[in-house]
Design a protein around this ligand. Structure first.
Ligand SMILES: Nc1ncnc2c1ncn2[C@@H]1O[C@H](COP(=O)(O)OP(=O)(O)O)[C@@H](O)[C@H]1O
Ligand SMILES: [Mg+2]
Length: 229
């Protein structure tokens, strides 16, 4: 087998609630191969968001390591982390998190500007991605002029902009109707079939049922890790 694109080793995170330690993650290990489409499910409080913020370099573990694309990202200093995050990880959020004053095009473009991609490459890439998301005729629209499903597709284009090693999606269908939900999941599945690694955190079993691997968390541990044919 190839080297995994994501490797999590003995990852633990303990928060302090006053003087009481809360073990949000306890010794979690697993590997993800390039192009996998997987979901993380589990009850509220089981550690899903904590886990995502460790992989996404938004917070630091108490113990353990995360390797992305062969790089031990948990070793990054505070000044190195933003660059790794920009180049290796694409985020998709429940509330889309687009910049309201910018058009669809500019929302995708700005992700590449932060990564110092030259202007001519950015224009071509943003147009290509938005077209691929079925938004060719929405390029100059602002988020407020787009439906929830369209906004989430802009957010997915933005997440793809810098060709990330992995896309992390936290409840990406939490705000849309079921028809739009199914369309977004199909789109993500399609991207994974073209080699994009995608990890979704979700409560929705009809979303996890469409992913090819399901990791179920309970009390900060992996309760089960199953291939979903
Ligand atoms: N910043 C924090 N400070 C203290 N406790 C936290 C913090 N974030 C999460 N927790 C606790 O860690 C556990 C896991 O939370 P979380 O990762 O948000 O779970 P999930 O996303 O599965 O609902 C919970 O018991 C939660 O209360
Ligand atoms: Mg959560």
């Amino acid at each position: 087998m190839d080297e995994p694109i994501l490797s999590v080793r003995n990852l633990s995170k303990t928060y302090m609630k006053g003087k009481i330690p809360v073990h949000a993650l306890s010794d979690v290990s697993f590997d993800v191969q390039k192009g996998e489409f997987l979901s993380i499910i589990g009850p509220s409080g089981s550690g899903k968001s904590t886990f995502l913020s460790m992989i996404g370099l938004l917070d630091r573990p108490t113990k353990g390591s995360v390797f992305i694309d062969g790089v031990e990202v948990t070793k990054a200093t505070d000044s190195e982390a933003p660059k790794i995050r920009r180049e290796k990880i694409g985020f998709v959020f429940q509330h889309f998190n687009l910049i309201p004053t910018l058009s669809a095009f500019e929302n995708v473009d700005i992700a590449m500007r932060f990564a110092r991609v030259p202007k001519s490459n950015r224009k071509e890439r943003a147009t290509e991605l938005l077209t691929r998301m079925g938004l060719r005729d929405r390029i100059n629209h602002k988020p407020s002029e787009l439906s929830g499903g369209e906004q989430q597709r802009v957010a997915i284009a933005r997440a793809m902009a810098n060709n990330p090693a992995i896309i992390l999606a936290d409840e990406p269908t939490g705000e849309v109707d079921t028809k739009t939900r199914d369309m977004i999941v199909e789109l993500l599945r399609d991207l994974s079939e073209n080699g994009q690694t995608i990890l979704i955190v979700t409560h929705d079993t009809s979303v996890s049922a469409r992913t090819k691997r399901i990791i179920k968390m309970l009390d900060g541990r992996i309760e089960s890790d199953t291939i979903n044919a």
